[in-house]
Design a protein around this ligand. Structure first.
Ligand code: 6JR
Length: 136
């Protein structure tokens, strides 16, 4: 039987492999692993909708997603990029306390994300310079 402790260890090992988190101490990684939730999405699911308000940060642990954006005055969304295991998204609405800047859509069944709520994000990783320097 897989125990909660084993899952926690798996999550910490995965977090260690995420480039964004590479300089964090084991102590902080353990706190992140303790605070996160695991979410699954079917193919085509909107994980984030552009323009919505948002309180969640996402790290992809399996599968890939498509980021799309509707530019002002346009009638259609445009594909901006795809993200995969080890990548993250959803930081903009948390850092800038603004609406979601883009939509994020699951590209295949069984997309798995580790999520942090706003409070844990701000407390545990909100200070990372990579996030603040990001200007897409
Ligand atoms: N741009 C998430 C990934 C991009 C990207 C460009 C932009 C904004 P969120 O999509 O965080 O939710 O994590 O807003 O909470 O090229 N993402 N690639 N966002 N915004 C977002 C990011 C992720 C959606 C992107 C993103 C812009 C361009 C012009 C304002 C004005």
């Amino acid at each position: 039987m897989r125990t909660g402790l084993q899952r926690l260890e798996d999550n910490i090992n995965f977090l260690r492999s995420v480039p964004l988190l590479k300089d964090l101490s084991s102590d902080v990684l353990a706190k992140i692993a303790d605070a996160l939730e695991v979410e699954f999405y079917p193919a085509g699911a909107h994980i984030i909708r552009q323009g919505a308000s948002g309180d969640t940060f996402f790290i992809i642990s399996a599968g890939s997603v498509k980021v799309t954006q509707r530019l002002a005055g346009r009638r259609e969304d445009e594909d901006i990029r795809t993200l995969q295991r080890g990548d993250y998204f959803g930081e903009q609405a948390l850092l800038k306390e603004d609406c979601r800047t883009a939509s994020v859509i699951a590209l295949q069944p069984g997309v798995e994300c580790l999520t942090l709520d706003r409070e844990s994000f701000i407390q545990l990783i909100g200070d990372l310079s990579e996030l603040h320097e990001k200007d897409y």
